[in-house]
Design a protein around this ligand. Sequence first.
Ligand code: SAH
Length: 599
Amino acid sequence: MQQTIAVIAVNAAGRETASRIAALLPGARLHGRTGRIDDCDVPFAETTAHVRQLFGDGVPVVAVCAAGILIRAVAPLLLDKRAEPPVIAVSPDGASVVPLLGGHHGANRLARHIAAGLKGHAAITTAGDVALGLALDDPPRGWHVANPALAKPVASALLAGEPVRLAVDAARGQSAWISAPGLGTEGAFGIHVTDRAVESTRDLILHPPVLALGVGCSRGATADELKALVADSLADAGYAQGSVALVASLDLKADEDAVHALAAGLGVPARFFTPAELEAETPRLANPSEVVFAETGCHGVAEAAALAAAGPGAELVLTKRKSAMATCAVARSAAALHPQRIGRPRGRLFVVGIGPGGPASRTFEAASAIARSSDLVGYKLYLDLIADISAGKTCHAGAMKAEETRVRQALDLAAEGRSVSLVCSGDAGIYAMATLVFELIDREDLPGWNRIEVSVIPGISALQGAAARAGAIINHDFCAISLSDLLTPWPHIERRIQAAAEGDFVVAFYNPVSKRRREQLPSARRILLGHRPASTPVVLARNVGRDGERITVTTLDALDPADVDMLTVVLVGNSETRTVTRAGKVWAYTPRGYASKWE
Ligand code: SAH
């Protein structure tokens, strides 16, 4: 979808240049920083947040400001160059127009156009593009180059001013990007846009994404069988695998491994339709079947999915082919297909541990799961901790107590085909929501939930963050015990504390004290004092990694519940844990036995 370009002015110095740029781009809107730019289409308060929001929403950005401002704003959001909008920085005098991102996806073209209008210079930095204005080896999303080795000789011929043939047999309306002086009907070299499986030593073969591959299979069909069926069927019909835009099927098949393995092998998305959507294709089917209807609620799966995916004007070019457990069919669209707008993907649920605090305690895997999600579900405090990477996403913030409601909501959103991150603090599987996800899936056994692709993303737990701040207190056998008796009866908790005391484990107490629960921590302290010295070091770590972080080292004897709350994790050493003070800082550590070796 081409979005309206945002032309941004951040101060008076860039105001005039921004207006001139907006005038060069039909439909562009002028965005101006409030208080500095009076007369504009879209006022905004803060540049970084505004640029992030636009970028996250896929809006092309042309900003009259230092490149660094834009780089810093979008850096945390960068993930997939083919899905991201162009970002261009322009100097306030209009002399330099710098495409920072999306060079081959519109930014270079846009920068050249702006530079020509401003009589400035477009600072194009992508290879191959400088003289030719065309990147044959980096075609638009979904296109494939069958013989990339020919990209160089063809580009060289064009650069040398020699004529090059251009033949377009597919995606006519989307081939305008292949334009350069010298392209015509003559030449020793050529460019051939086709969905047919052809070979050439003279023509660069470009396959546009015009084929929708519909598939069906019985439960448990192997990926090998489905892949072989598809490869044979395409080869017999003379179509190129490189022109397959997507694999399409019935939503019932969204959790079928073979379908996803096929899509992954072809490097295309798998998208799914409801029985009703496929049933609407019945008049166009070559092989409607009552048996299939009785089983699935639609008269065909492979043919119907191919047609539904390729759209109303499409033609069924390969009717249903069958192997023992699988079927496939192909529909061809006159125009390039955009899989992201077709049917629905298999829903994804990332159960993400974001670490105890902000960006510094977050893993890369957690950040990318969040970046890949359209929806974020979590307690408000945790969503605030990821505000730097949540621009453009739908946030579903809930209250602390409503855990089950949140997990159900996340599962429901994912069942609709959305990508959802269920955001937990610390680690998602330590006193957090990961268990509830599996418990609910197990208990309810709902088809929609069962089809979701679930991934659990680990995070740094509070006990690790806390131990590291205070030295190395858990660096021997340790255990974690939650003192909350909301879900676990107190006698069970007490038994575990007793066992930890007898076993001389270092203990991390989670949920140690709340406004109403004040007795558990003193009881735990009493039990441990029966088995380890009064001088045992204790670390109280409050708000680790967050604003107002406070780390205190005390002793088991002096442990006072008044110093502890729900934002604190309490680490109690074992009988050998010691402290050492250096440069005024007290460190707690638990020896692992080196001393006996030294002595
Ligand atoms: N999944 C989280 C634990 C959630 S239970 C994790 O792995 O860390 C909530 C308890 O965790 C709090 O009562 C507190 O004991 C501890 N906790 C969570 N984040 C903390 C932080 N930033 N600093 C200190 N303790 C924290």
